[in-house]
Ligand binder design. Structure first.
Ligand code: G
Ligand code: G
Ligand code: NA
Ligand code: MN
Length: 252
């Protein structure tokens, strides 16, 4: 209840910021994208994790306004990176509540147009466990995708009906949940799930992003298994946008 009250007006009081976690091409080490991750600094509660406040904002409906703000920030940021010569895309987490907004796809495309960013520079990330799989949500994703926005399934493999989602949702990217990456230990058993997801993605012609990559060993094993992309503390924590530019410059 304290969180719900503190959330009211947090956007207007300018308490949110967006950090970006680089996503790298595992073969070359180059930064190819960045995931926008929301941060909330409350004057009394201090830093509150999105894992805590996003579910609250979902229930109150405030996620719609907050999510829209994140999207605008991220799209303007990717336009700025591209104008500065960095060929990056940006990934934005979108909650089911947002997908149920009647004009979401139209609004997203308007934001892209105003910022002068191509639809191809945006990836919308949805969490399978949170998807209600309602016709409305699937229709919103289809509209976005037909305009050129790519769709990623976050935390793939942790939901109760992952494989079913693949047949129903328009998808471009599977993000391998970090729990499966953490299990990789150089043995076939440890890598079994990551390997199975990568194979599945290859057959379906989807891109994989391995999350939570923390060691060189994991990065090498993922690359050997055929995962194109990785994200995790090995490469970078979530950082302010200037630091993403610095990482891009360093790896070129
Ligand atoms: O940034 P961190 O790893 O603490 O994120 C915790 C959780 O919050 C993750 O599941 C992440 O996807 C989610 N999250 C972070 N930023 C956003 C956002 O802008 N919108 C939504 N819906 N979820 C977010
Ligand atoms: O649910 P989602 O996958 O979007 O969660 C992203 C969260 O994972 C963020 O809170 C981010 O800070 C965290 N994260 C990002 N990289 C790593 C990593 O390499 N290891 C661990 N343990 N957490 C990570
Ligand atoms: Na995410
Ligand atoms: Mn994720």
């Amino acid at each position: 209840a304290a969180i719900a009250e503190a959330l009211e007006g947090a956007l207007q009081r300018d308490e949110f910021t967006v950090l970006y976690q680089p996503i790298v091409d595992l073969a070359s080490g180059r930064v190819v994208a960045a995931e926008a991750l929301l941060r909330w600094q409350h004057p009394l509660h201090g830093a509150v994790s999105p894992a805590t406040f996003i579910p609250v904002a979902e229930r109150s409906g405030e996620i719609v306004g907050i999510g829209r703000w994140v999207l605008e920030q991220a799209v303007r940021q990717v336009a700025a990176w591209r104008a500065a010569g960095a060929d990056l895309s940006v990934t934005v987490n979108v909650s089911p509540r947002q997908l149920q907004e009647p004009h979401l796809a139209r609004d997203v495309l308007a934001v892209l147009e105003r910022a002068g960013a191509p639809a191809e520079s945006l990836v919308v990330e949805v969490t399978e466990s949170a998807m209600v799989d309602e016709a409305v949500e699937v229709a919103a994703l289809r509209r976005l995708r037909s305009a050129g926005v790519r769709i990623a399934i976050d935390d793939f493999g942790t939901g109760y009906s992952s494989l079913q989602y693949l047949t129903r949702l328009p998808v471009d990217i599977l993000k391998i949940d970090r729990s499966f990456v953490a299990q990789m230990d150089g043995t076939p058993e440890g890598a079994a799930i990551a390997e199975a997801v990568i194979r599945l993605a290859q057959i379906l012609r989807l891109t994989t992003v391995a999350e939570g990559v923390e060691t060189e060993g994991q990065a090498a094993e993922l690359l050997a298994l055929g995962s194109e992309r990785g994200q995790g503390y090995l490469f970078s924590r979530p950082v302010p946008p200037e630091q993403v530019s610095a990482l891009v410059a360093r790896r070129q």
